[in-house]
Ligand binder design. Sequence first.
Ligand SMILES: [Zn+2]
Length: 263
Amino acid sequence: MVQQKGSPSRDRGDDAGRPVGRIMRRPRRLFLGVLLLAVLIVASAVVSHRFGAASTTSYATSPASGQGATPTAVPSGGPGTFVTARATGEKVGQGPNPLRYMVQIEKGIDISAEQTAKEIAGILADPRGWTANGYSAFQLVSSGPYDLKVRIATPGTTDTLCWEGIHEDTEGEYDCEVLGGLVVNLKRWIDGSPTFDGPIHDYRALIINHEMGHFLGHQHQTCPGPGRPAPVMMQQIKGLHGCVANAWPYDRGGHYLSGPPAA
Ligand SMILES: [Zn+2]
């Protein structure tokens, strides 16, 4: 069993804050995509070396995840190569130019890429999600031009990608946002967080909304006051500080659930 860690005092990345305003032109993104691919190939070699005899730990999957009660294995590492979900969706949100995203699952992970893509698409389409800002829009694609990838990776590969991408040590525990997309630690995706007392789907919404928030240029925030909803940009896994766990950037009335900027 992999030991759950509590809330560390030192700042580290379930996600490192990213600079604001990283909106780039598409050709540059494509170029960076190629660059990322090169990094992935190298990372894959490293991971294969490090995790040649990867151990696996089983976690009980909540029935709320839609994948039944069959335990899903969480290998400590994987090949660093990914399968793209063959799933597409309509544009959601009012902005004219949707961020086109692909969902990829690291090879060897025993979850359905298509189901996962649909779950992520549902999170991004939710009226409490980032589209409530009135200008963000998203579209799930499986081929052709894209703006970012949402990758679900083993803890070992997550660490490799996050270190390569933003020099954050995710310590086998956390997620991150890198240039070109989001890296979601399979352990968090399957097991949730000790500070989040709710259905696993809601915690997945927090992961996607938080990391996508970084991609959109949002920085970390803190708890606005006891009993208030924790901002989605708060690092809730490191402690709620009196706030109530919350997975959504907006409430049902369309109000932004924010907090003071983190120091
Ligand atoms: Zn973050």
